[in-house]
Design a protein around this ligand. Sequence first.
Ligand code: ZN
Length: 503
Amino acid sequence: MTHLFSRRGLLGTGLGVGLAAGVGTPARAEPAASGTPIAILDTTVIDGTGAPPQRRMTVVVDGGRIAAVGPARETRVPSAAAVIDGRRRFVIPGLVDMHVHSSGDEAIDPPLYVVNGVTTVREMSGHPALHDLRRRVDAGMLPGPRSVIASPVLDGSPSLLAGRGVPYLDVADAGEARAAVKRAAVDGADFVKVYTRLSAESYAAIADETRRVGLDFAGHCPDDVPVTVASDVGQRSFEHLFTVWCSTSADEDSIRRALRAIRIEPGDADGWFRAIHPLELRAARTFDDRRAAHVFHRLARNDSHLTPTLTMHRVVDLPASVDTDDERLRYVPAEVRAAWEAGLAGLAGLAGPAGLGRGGRTAQDAELFGHRQRFVRAAAAAEVPLLAGTDTGSAYCFPGFSLHDELELLVRAGLSPMRVLLAATRDPMQYLGLGSGTVRPGGLADLVVLDADPLRDIRNTRRVHAVITRGTLIDAARRDAMLAEVEQAARSSSAVIHSCPCG
Ligand SMILES: [Zn+2]
């Protein structure tokens, strides 16, 4: 969502970069053959079911599946197995980032995900380069995560995304909405992405048409549709915390009137942000426990998931908190870095609510971000299913690395480390229909071996010792090599920023 705030659109920069660069170039860092069994000996398993950690266990992986998980003394290890010393280490299921916008540059995003233990991603704005990339990753031609890919973003008309390099379709009415859903199905989208400025009429048509063609829909809660209504008609996940909390406000009626009155020019995302910002603050300040209980109950009952993307919100709410010398910037091409800097400057320059200068904005935004964290904690306490997602492609949101930031922010919001791990493993894998997302025999061989206990301190998920992705081992030496290659690729990237042809 941060793409809203730069001239080119930050999301657009992520999407556009490298679309032309990757295709046809030889894959670097060829993955090792996945035929070799792997054994992690005498380790602690946090199996992703929510059960307490199991100590002194051995995990055996073979043929892309988990072959055995058992007590170290009793579990047979194949003689040909590659062995990892698991003592003082912790095994968790492969991590999932449920909100990414990858560039399609095979040399940057896919390796960054897997070296960080992110073995599955959900792509939130589909374009042909992502489908091409997935075919090659799935064929074992290069390392990368499993991916589930959205349609182009379906927005209302005029769209916030016009001219911003993001693959989108603006739909003016129910007829156009149905046509867009049919086209998404034909084009092979895994689900339909809905967006902010859809009218209630177009939105209802999307809900109906997706059911007909057998696709899910997920994305933003449109300004024009209360989250409870969207949940009832089947939106499977709600991304970000922009209008979701209008429905938990004691002031909902007047906030809805103000939302309906927002008018924007095509591509005027900054104008939308200026309009929405004071409404968000009002909604947050008038959060009502009784209304919230009702809303959260509906979401939980409908199995509607919430992806808070606190990582993105922190950048947008608190641009001054961003470390512009972040060492992870070495993995970001110069063109993208420049666009991020411009975007950050734009964010800092947004005046915020009418009548309040920049000085006022800082205090208000710190307050707003605090409200976001409390909202997430309240939703979690009410058993709303949560998903960990970051919004890579937006400014200062790093593929792979930032998922660990999100986990930390969710714990700081008041969730337990175990709950947060589940929101990044079992729950998203089951949401996506990709398996159990657990360390159990028969499960997918997507695992992360950590050097320290993530339940003691969630920041320990960053201490990745090794990753197993589809049964292939990425050990410490290979991780280092892959990171060095990404750094080199970012330095020599001739990526140009341009509009995706599928808009
Ligand atoms: Zn997004």
